[in-house]
Design a protein around this ligand. Structure first.
Ligand SMILES: *Cc1c(COP(=O)(O)O)cnc(C)c1O
Length: 374
């Protein structure tokens, strides 16, 4: 039995889908399951989402899509990234929809799928300020027209992505959505209509109902976190992942004993020290050295000394009720923490990076329960 594992509460995932539906009751949902479903394991997550009636999935790479198809996921999948031209035939074979930002890429898709009987769905992406994928609004109609040469292609969707829907500032997203809406009107006037119109990531799902259009694209909300720390008090989303390990060794050390590399932690008193079987190679960042806080039973303890590759230590003091092999929670669905936002705050990052960082050597264990400890 490997002591370090990530328990994935599928009941929490179902609950979060339900909460998203409350925010966007009329819309379809495209669930972002890229990066192995933000580290949660995309086959199982996708299966659960499929059962929950989610309508569409989004991945970043061809490999991610391939894994889902091998696991018999039949939902439509949108390839959010730009595949290399050599990857296009395989992507088309997996029955993927493509995001299109420029005419050259559209041409590659058109050539690679020429003569194919199955129609290939495309989503025209508009850049309204992200400066990443998408075409500038002025050129949208000309890009839409370039589909004309390829009878096997069709415009299924039009989309954009907001750069600041999650920073609490209403103005930019509202302006950008107006630009997006105008482009859609212009495209319509030019004879192009789209079944799927989508823009809203998690931040916009929560704060910008006018951006919901016909489909919303949640990522982080599905996994139980709001995209901004300030919103976390809206705790109706339940973290799905619990990273846990165990106390692999307990030892009594005298006052002034030092812990871990660099001897940055010095015991102030004689104390019991717990060695925990998890390290930065598991995705528990070295930046949490002397700063992270873990949960053992109903008590909290500080990471004491540097986090090593496979282990770290906690000063347990004189808490005599901690026993060897006891479970240590590194983050999970607890109202009083630690959760991925707590670690993200310490590490100056976002919960996305915390769950994505949980490495491949950590087994994901799937539980059907809904768990949220208040
Ligand atoms: C990842 C992604 C999302 C989801 O973003 P969240 O902030 O996690 O909700 C939405 N749209 C696109 C294009 C993405 O790449």
């Amino acid at each position: 039995m490997r002591v370090t594992r990530a328990t994935i509460f599928l009941g929490n995932l179902r609950h979060n889908v339900e909460m998203i539906r409350r925010h966007a009751p009329e819309q379809k949902i495209l669930a972002a399951v890229k990066a192995d479903a933000y580290g949660h394991g995309s086959p199982q997550v996708a299966q659960t989402l499929q059962q929950e009636g989610v309508e569409y999935l989004g991945v970043a790479t061809l490999e991610e899509a391939g894994e889902l198809r091998r696991e018999k996921i039949t939902l439509p999948i949108l390839l959010l990234g730009i595949p290399h031209p050599e990857e296009i035939p395989e992507a088309a074979g997996l029955n993927l929809a493509f995001v299109v930002s420029d005419a050259e890429h559209l041409g590659w898709i058109g050539e690679a799928t020429r003569g194919q009987r199955m129609k290939v769905p495309l989503h025209l992406k508009i850049d309204v300020g992200m400066g990443r994928l998408g075409i500038v609004p002025e050129s949208a109609i000309s890009l839409a027209r370039s589909i004309g040469k390829y009878p096997q292609l069709y415009w299924e969707g039009v989309m954009t992505h907001f750069p600041s829907s999650d920073n609490g500032e209403v103005q930019p997203t509202s302006e950008q959505n107006k630009i997006f809406t105008q482009v859609i009107a212009d495209l319509k006037a030019a004879g192009y209509e789209f079944e799927l119109i989508h823009a809203a990531n998690s931040g916009a799902i929560l704060d910008h109902p006018e951006t919901h259009h016909t489909m919303v694209r949640p990522g982080i909300l599905l996994y139980g976190y709001t995209p901004t720390f300030e919103h976390r008090e809206r705790r109706n989303f339940y973290p799905v992942m619990q990273l846990e390990s165990r106390v692999v060794l307990l030892k009594s050390l005298p006052r002034n004993a030092t812990l871990s590399y660099g001897q940055t932690y010095v015991l102030e008193h004689d104390a019991v020290v717990g060695v925990v079987g998890c390290g930065y190679a598991d995705g528990y960042s070295r930046g949490l050295s002397n700063r992270g806080r873990v949960r053992i039973g109903d008590k909290f303890f500080q990471v004491s000394g540097r986090v090593c590759m496979d282990l770290f230590m906690v000063d347990i003091g004189n808490a005599s009720d901690v026993s060897r092999w006891e479970k240590v929670i590194l983050f999970g669905p607890f109202q009083d923490g630690p959760d991925a936002w707590d670690l993200a705050q310490i590490l100056d990052t976002i919960p996305y990076e915390i769950t994505c960082a949980v490495s491949r050597r950590v087994p994901r264990v799937y539980a059907e329960e809904t768990q949220y400890w208040r």
